[in-house]
Design a protein around this ligand. Structure first.
Ligand SMILES: [Zn+2]
Length: 243
């Protein structure tokens, strides 16, 4: 039986940005034991390298990019079609100055709505990968996906829960914070960083070059992608006071 792995990606590039190196390595190793589905939550988008555009135009372009990149890795995609932060009224002035805080007037009910959707998805999976999304630098949409997944998983802790470091929104101080909590197991996978950057550059609608330095820093030397395995539900509470 193949392992069914779900990767919950907030946006239409997060699977590649945070886990593309591992997916490339699995592809190169002809690994067939795991079937990955990248589930993009906020797959309605108007965000481009030129700033915000018309979501009726931008969404199909970005979904096509995601399908092409993941298709090249033998990975399936699923789009949940929730509107990303800009379409909910958040604003963004620069690729590195993005919205971070959840705002009740813009995001009310979203965590609960997503949690209900995730509960259905968890029933049919063996393993679920969720953005780590901690600390002050976490992106609002990553935070919401993390909280909703934690909620869903607490109601149904059947699949293995693993938290992926969500570049470029992760600082070293956050990694140290997770390391200090008992109950998280760290798994580092060596990656070919150059191949990963080439993969990410295929998202031509996005300002990838603005994030490259942070993606390099997150990978470290020698470059890896990091996953935190959650061994029991109670440890999540130590990670995030918002549960
Ligand atoms: Zn994202």
């Amino acid at each position: 039986m193949r392992t069914k792995r779900l990767l919950l990606a907030p946006h239409l590039d997060d699977g590649a940005i945070s886990f593309g190196g591992t997916l490339l390595a699995e592809r190169a190793g002809h690994s067939v034991e795991i079937q990955t589905v990248v589930v993009t939550v906020f797959s309605r988008s108007n965000y481009t390298r030129e700033g915000s555009g018309d979501d009726a135009v931008v969404t199909p372009i970005r979904q096509a990019e995601e399908r092409a990149v993941m298709g090249s890795l033998g990975v399936d995609t699923l789009f949940l079609d929730f509107p990303e932060c800009l379409l909910r009224g958040h604003t963004i002035s620069d690729p590195l100055d993005y919205p971070k805080q959840i705002r009740p007037e813009l995001d009310a009910g979203l965590v609960e709505k997503l949690a209900a959707r995730f509960e259905e998805l968890l029933k049919n999976s063996d393993e679920v990968l969720v953005p780590l999304a901690i600390g002050e630098v976490a992106h609002v949409d990553h935070r919401i996906v993390h909280l909703a997944a934690a909620l869903a998983w607490q109601n149904n802790p059947h699949p293995r829960l693993r938290l992926y470091e969500d570049a470029p929104y992760i600082g070293e101080e956050n990694r140290d914070r997770v390391s200090a909590i008992d109950g998280f197991g760290l798994e580092e996978s060596p990656i070919d960083l150059q191949a990963k950057l080439n993969l990410i550059r295929r998202y031509k609608s996005q300002p990838i070059e603005s994030w490259e330095e942070l993606i390099r820093q997150t990978a470290g030397q020698p470059p890896v992608e990091r996953i935190w395995m959650v061994n029991e539900p109670t440890v999540l509470k130590q990670l995030n006071p918002e549960y």
